[in-house]
Design a protein around this ligand. Structure first.
Ligand code: GLN
Length: 560
């Protein structure tokens, strides 16, 4: 166990380029330290001025990751929760916007007693307070990992870098470690690995007073000892502290590769944390299952942002976890709802083993999604609808009721006679966009005779929400006559949380976002069962004696 009780801080910065996997590297280190028996907390400092990413377009920012407490956070928080296997809170994601918001409202209240309010010290003090707060959440925390978003050299990241520089002085060198993630590119034309971008990026960091202790070098090629020595010499770091962060087949392999490179040893030695080596036995089994699956299924994913996989990050990860538990590789086939609307569902969906419709906002592509649902409903192909996907399923079923052909969601058609999905009463007077939806974890009771109960194996569950609209209760009876079963209800029975279809092998729509709670160590029960149902459906189409599934002309979305 840890010899002294002072919280230690690990600061992770990035250089040269964005998208090098700083979030995964930070989360991987968190996993390794937790598996050494340390109590770990982790946070992301985001330099943008939005108070939270909830108002940002997924095209620019990727998925909004919602936590139990209802905070809308950066998608890296998803990696943190999945790797470290802890539920995080609003304190784990700090943006410049939220820092300035606090400081400016304090200034308005007169809390600064006549002082000139400045970036240094008022903004930097607020940043340091937020970081230190994490050192004592639910008791003492051994290590806080602080990932600084953006790239060194960005103007907007400067207050964060200044704050972490000051913390090094205030906490002392044994209690702080600076890790800098950089890119070491391989130039095809020169046939060489290039270290210059790393040298420049470390130089930029040192100009603002931070000397990294460890360099994490993202690379496609193995870094030979001479390269590590060169980087060490030019960047004033020991060559043993130059760690290779090589491309991997799956992100879940990163902790293992960093461990093999001695990353967690280096960090714990530097911070004088006396702890056992990490126990990675089960973790290794999980990674080898991801890499060597026995079976394969192909699942259609029909959403608005088919070109932007980051918008559906948690769903993609949840499929990886569900694949592990079914010993199955899940190939996601991105299907554009607009193509379905134009050419009909059959050419896109025939031959797939399941269809998932994810969450979303706005009218674009809705009609194609509804057609896709009608197709899988008729053809008994497993279906999983999440949030908007569930709402579209309700619309699809409702439109089959004679006289209800115009059924729609109030979100898309304010004039419809049959708004089977309607605005929640408490949303009607909401005018602001930020943080005003139904957000965070809510309880739900399951019907015993449902597919959902079979998956969760319990009566009461808690799931995370992010939406404004709901199933309109007025239509419960008429839709029940169509075979629509209400499988999950809020404890007061007022809100429909899960619908299923009778006479279908696996058709489940949920108003919440199950993907946010899936973990590699424990796949989400509904994703696990959905992949299981897809595998069963796939096997039912096998030719006897052959182990090659028959895919009938599945035409993938060419735009994805
Ligand atoms: N747009 C829908 C709503 O607000 C669904 C939201 C979602 O899928 N997250 O209710």
């Amino acid at each position: 166990m840890v010899a002294e009780s002072k919280t230690k801080y690990i600061f992770v910065t990035g250089g040269v380029s964005s998208a090098l996997g700083k979030g995964i590297a930070s989360a991987s280190l968190g996993l390794l330290l937790k598996k050494r028996g340390l109590k770990v907390n982790i946070m992301k400092l985001d330099p943008y001025l939005n108070v939270d990413p909830g108002t940002m377009n997924p095209f620019q920012h990727g998925e909004v990751f919602v936590l139990d407490d209802g905070s809308e956070t950066d998608l890296d928080l998803g990696h943190y929760e999945r790797f470290i296997d802890e539920n995080l809170t609003i304190d784990n994601n700090v943006t410049s916007g939220s820092i300035y918001n606090t400081v400016i409202s304090r200034e308005r209240k007169g809390d600064y007693l006549g002082a000139t309010v400045q970036v240094i010290p008022h903004i930097t003090n607020e940043i340091k307070d937020r970081i230190r707060k994490l050192g004592n959440i639910n008791g003492h925390v051994d290590v806080v990992i602080v990932e600084v978003g953006g790239t060194v050299g960005d103007i907007e990241g400067l207050p964060f870098l200044e704050a972490i520089r000051q913390m090094g002085l205030e906490e002392g060198p044994e209690n702080t470690v600076y890790i800098h993630l950089t890119l070491v590119p391989y130039l095809e034309s020169a046939g060489e690995i290039k270290t210059k971008p790393t040298q420049h990026s470390v130089k930029a960091l040192r100009e603002i007073g931070i000397q990294p202790n460890i360099l994490l070098c993202r690379t496609v090629k193995e870094l030979k000892p001479e390269v590590k020595e060169k980087i060490g010499l030019f960047c004033n770091v020991s060559p043993t502290a130059v760690i290779q962060d090589i491309d991997t087949a799956t992100i879940y392999e990163v902790p293992l590769l960093l461990h093999d490179e001695g990353m967690d040893d280096l960090v714990t030695q530097h911070l004088k944390l006396f702890c056992r080596p990490p126990d990675l036995k089960d973790y290794r089994v999980m990674v080898s299952k991801i890499k060597n699956p026995k079976h394969k299924v192909r699942i259609g994913m029909c959403g608005k942002y088919v070109k932007l996989k980051d918008a559906y990050k948690s769903i993609i990860e949840a499929f990886t976890h569900a694949g592990v538990e079914n010993d199955t590789e899940v190939e996601l086939v991105w299907v554009s709802s607009e193509n379905i609307k134009q050419h009909g569902p059959e050419i896109y969906l025939k031959g797939l083993d399941g269809l998932l419709i994810p969450g979303g906002f706005g009218e674009r592509g809705i009609e194609g999604k509804i057609e896709a649902i009608e197709y899988v409903k008729e053809n008994k192909i497993p279906f999983f609808g999440i949030c908007l996907g569930m709402q579209c399923a309700v619309i699809a079923v409702a439109r089959q009721v004679p006289g209800m052909e115009d059924a729609n969601s109030f979100e898309f058609d304010r004039e419809t006679d049959h708004p089977v999905i309607h605005m929640m009463a408490d949303q009607e007077n909401v005018t602001e966009m930020g943080g005003t939806m139904r957000l965070g974890s809510y309880a739900c009771n399951l019907a015993r005779d449902s597919l959902s109960y079979k998956a969760y194996k319990k009566d009461k569950i808690n799931e995370r929400h992010r939406h404004r609209y709901e199933f309109y209760n007025k239509y419960r009876d008429v839709l029940a006559k169509q075979g629509l079963k209400i499988a999950g209800l809020s404890p007061d029975k007022r809100l429909v949380e899960i619908i299923e279809l009778k006479d279908h092998p696996w058709f489940v729509g949920v108003q919440f976002h199950p993907e946010l709670k899936s973990r590699p160590s424990f796949a989400h029960p509904l994703f696990r069962e959905f992949v299981g149902a897809a595998l069963k459906y796939n096997k039912s189409r096998f030719e006897p004696g052959s182990d090659i599934p028959i895919y009938a002309n599945a035409d993938e979305d060419k735009n994805s």
